[in-house]
Design a protein around this ligand. Structure first.
Ligand SMILES: Cc1cc2nc3c(=O)[nH]c(=O)nc-3n(C[C@H](O)[C@H](O)[C@H](O)COP(=O)(O)OP(=O)(O)OC[C@H]3O[C@@H](n4cnc5c(N)ncnc54)[C@H](O)[C@@H]3O)c2cc1C
Ligand SMILES: *[C@@H]1O[C@H](CO)[C@@H](O)[C@H](O)[C@H]1NC(C)=O
Ligand SMILES: *[C@@H]1O[C@H](CO)[C@@H](O)[C@H](O)[C@H]1NC(C)=O
Ligand SMILES: *[C@@H]1O[C@H](CO)[C@@H](O)[C@H](O)[C@H]1NC(C)=O
Length: 540
């Protein structure tokens, strides 16, 4: 080959080499240099020191400690397998200014960042990115202060605190104050409230997102804002528009609500053989119309062994009042359940939190300070639906048949009505209000030893398809806190991602999606805060 032919080749290769080495100097290749640059940058951008040993975790330094921190609050084992991408390092800030510096530095160093409060995200979005590499994890678990002010009827809660800790700190100061957030004690305040957040007080007081007064947030420029400096648009967006789209919430100021000194709980279980279908039909007629002090959810499981399986339906209940009052209400509105006085237990509101969260009876309430749930972690996939007309018996029978085919299926039906129906669809981004009788959550779980996890995901997609005629449509509504990456899915094609976003956007937020997109374009036009289902900025 002649020189003239070699030359272009040669220069092409050296250009490649040059651009490669250039690439290497601006984009750190190992997590160690990545961490090094980040730490230096954090130092330059905050004047509050941080103990490196206790705030930075990399696989290079000690892989077992790194894994321990990564797994600490991650709830879904599906996203912790070896094949799942891992963060380059984990930073657990101990001061609010460290969060500001983190935003400034990850922007400057062009490192994608995920933020985690309680780690309950259904699709692992708070600790795994399957779309960007490398990424780092900003874990807020060390920012968990709670200041309850009974006199002014409010509290400031930092993002890393769990709802269980919040409930405990409220009850410590007053037996007649409470807060309407989630049922599971380990939920992180930071991520939880961003999706609305419901619990057993929702029929009386609405969602946690309906009861927030103020927030502290770090925006895409690393600025610390409160409600008045962020403005009402952004405050609206963060109180239900989903996590990690608008900024990092440092703390919420919440409004306390009154609870009665004595509440009553019960759980009554009916199998298919015990007339479960007929009783469930009746529940669908009354669930959203009962007095607002009464919250009866239904938990479905499969019991028995091969050839002898049945579906169990458990009516898991909180009543704000005493046993006598509850018995009267039940006789009048839902006698089909056959509730007896023996089934009922009177207790304080904080004890009912421990009961509804699923701890064994008699567990002391200070278990809530451990920030844990009573259940072991497992692999799971879940989906949600909203029901506006009672599901006919034929539908229920078909649904039971599907449940009986899966290893470990669960469903939870949550009653609406009451305060939920009185708040307008656009009050906060969470739009599932008047006309909803109940919400369905479908779950399937499997152990690590399962050789074919895809089987379970296929099963739940099939059940979801089967339920189509019985649930809301156009859009088929879904709960953003039950994040589901199946919705509007077409991951491979980036240019149609916006189209896909319109699909899940309407499902989670109905008409509020458009306003969320407008606010996103204003407060984070460069899309710094992004993940598989973050609110997209307008394409101009
Ligand atoms: C076992 C279990 C029980 C549940 N029970 C209920 C229930 O009773 N009621 C209910 O409403 N929901 C419930 N959920 C759903 C729960 O509300 C959501 O998963 C919620 O997002 C969890 O918040 P987190 O902080 O724990 O999760 P994370 O995984 O830490 O965060 C969830 C999302 O929010 C983002 N995020 C986290 N922290 C912040 C922050 N400080 N600022 C901005 N974005 C942030 C994350 O990046 C992620 O996208 C339950 C979930 C599980 C796994
Ligand atoms: C990692 O940390 C654990 C727990 O502190 C310790 O036992 C182990 O020896 C460490 N491993 C290395 C390689 O430093
Ligand atoms: C299974 O069958 C046995 C015998 O008929 C019965 O006693 C038992 O209650 C059944 N279990 C379930 C969960 O239905
Ligand atoms: C991706 O989606 C866009 C818009 O829907 C479409 O025009 C394009 O052909 C798609 N590309 C691929 C590779 O499928």
């Amino acid at each position: 080959m002649g020189i003239s032919k070699q030359l272009p080749n040669f220069s092409y290769i050296s250009l490649l080499a040059l651009s490669f080495s250039f690439y290497c100097t601006i984009t750190p290749t190992s997590s160690t240099s990545l961490q090094h640059d980040f730490i230096e940058c954090i130092h330059r951008n905050t004047n509050v020191d941080f103990p490196l040993e206790k705030t930075f975790f990399t696989p290079a330094r000690n892989v077992s400690i790194f894994s321990e921190v990564l797994e600490s609050t991650a709830q879904n084992l599906r996203f912790l397998t070896n094949s799942m991408p891992k963060p380059g390092f984990i930073f657990t800030p101990v001061h609010e200014s460290h969060v500001q510096a983190s935003i400034i530095c990850s922007k400057k160093l062009r490192i994608h960042l995920r933020v985690r409060s309680g780690g309950h995200d259904y699709e692992g979005l708070s600790y795994v990115s399957e779309i960007e590499k490398p990424f780092i994890l900003l874990d807020l678990s060390k920012l968990r202060q709670i200041n309850v002010n009974i006199k002014d009827n409010n509290a400031w809660v930092q993002a890393g605190a769990t709802v269980g800790e919040l409930y405990y700190r409220i009850a410590e100061k007053s037996k007649v104050h409470g807060f309407p957030a989630g049922l599971c004690s380990s939920l992180g305040i930071g991520g939880h409230i961003t999706g609305g957040a419901y619990g057993s007080l929702m029929r009386k007081f609405g969602l946690a997102g309906d009861n927030v007064l103020d927030a502290k947030i770090v925006d895409a420029n690393g600025k610390l804002l409160d409600r008045s400096s962020m403005g009402e648009d952004m405050f609206w967006a963060i109180s239900g528009g989903g996590g990690a789209s608008f900024g990092v919430i440092l703390a919420w100021k919440i409004k306390l609500v009154p609870v009665s000194k004595t509440v009553t709980v019960f759980t009554v279980t009916k199998t298919l053989e015990q007339d479960a279908t007929r009783i469930l039909s009746k529940w669908q007629e009354v669930a959203d119309k009962l007095v607002e002090e009464l919250f009866i959810r239904v938990i479905f499981n499969v019991a028995g062994s091969l050839g002898n399986k049945t579906v169990t339906t458990s009516y898991n209940t909180l009543f704000l009042g005493d046993k006598d009052a509850l018995m009267k209400v039940m006789k009048r509105s839902f006698p089909e359940l056959g509730l007896t006085r023996k089934d009922c237990v009177e207790m304080s509101w904080i004890e009912s939190i421990v009961y509804i969260a699923g701890f064994p009876s008699g567990t002391p309430t200070n278990v809530l300070l451990q920030g844990k749930s009573p259940f072991p972690k497992i692999n799971f996939k879940a989906k949600s639906d909203f029901v506006k007309n009672p599901i006919p018996e034929l539908g229920l029978i078909g649904m039971f048949k599907k449940l009986l085919k899966e290893d470990s299926p669960t469903m939870m039906w949550t009653p609406y009505g009451g305060m939920m129906a009185r708040i307008s669809e656009s009050q906060i981004p969470f739009p599932h209000r008047e006309g909803v009788i109940f919400k369905i959550q479908y779950i399937t779980v499997w152990p690590d030893s399962d050789k074919r996890p895809i089987r379970h995901i296929k099963w739940i997609r099939d059940l979801y398809k089967f339920m189509t005629p019985y649930v809301s449509s156009n859009p088929r509504q879904a709960y953003v806190n039950y994040r589901d990456l199946d919705l509007g899915k077409n991951k491979k094609n980036a240019s149609s991602n916006l189209k896909n976003a319109r699909v899940w956007g309407r499902q989670y937020f109905k008409n509020n999606f458009n306003r969320l997109v407008r606010i996103k374009s204003k407060v984070d036009p460069e899309n710094f805060f992004r993940h598989e289902q973050s609110i997209p900025p307008l394409l101009i």
